[in-house]
Design a protein around this ligand. Structure first.
Ligand SMILES: [Zn+2]
Length: 163
């Protein structure tokens, strides 16, 4: 009986809001808020994130990955992020891996492994380095300086690139 009441309460709450239930680890929520804001700033409108489960796990170490998108597990797209990596990663690295996996799971994006010679400003002057044109680069490695200085272009490619 208790279970029935609980299910009923959950259903009422869920049905009343008419919002598909997402399950997102509270540590990851700030990066989801950032994602919506970047979508609005880049496209002029938001993109809904629906039926997604995002959790910190330790099952990715065997794969050597920081994050992974598992599309269509039951009713959900599921994103796993490696908990050990998460605890030591900086803000922008967390953001980039969350965005990369949302790129697969929400935007339906494939990898873009193209590189460009990018201009990067450093304390010692301007340098040119081959860098990914996309957050959807297969290894998701975007150095902080490059990200900070080329964010607008990278976000345009990210939100409107090849599906
Ligand atoms: Zn990927």
């Amino acid at each position: 009986m208790k279970t029935l009441y609980l299910s009923l309460a959950l259903c009422l709450a869920g049905c009343a809001e008419k919002i598909p239930l997402n399950q997102i680890d509270s540590n990851i929520k700030p990066y989801i808020d950032m994602w919506h804001q970047d979508a609005i700033n880049t496209l002029g409108h938001d993109i809904p994130i629906e039926f997604i489960q995002i959790m910190l796990t330790s099952d990715l170490q065997a794969l050597g990955e920081d994050g992974h998108c598992y599309p269509d597990i039951g009713n959900y797209n599921v994103i796993h992020l490696d908990v050990a990596w998460w605890q030591t990663a900086g803000d922008s690295q967390r953001q980039l891996v969350v965005y990369h996996e949302l790129g697969h799971c929400v935007l339906g994006r494939v990898h873009n492994n193209n590189l460009i010679m990018a201009e990067i400003h450093t304390p010692n002057g301007i340098i040119f380095e081959p860098e990914p044109v996309s957050i959807m680069y297969y290894e998701a490695i975007i150095p902080d300086d490059y990200w900070e200085q080329h964010k607008t272009q990278l976000l345009i490619e990210y939100f409107s690139g090849e599906r």
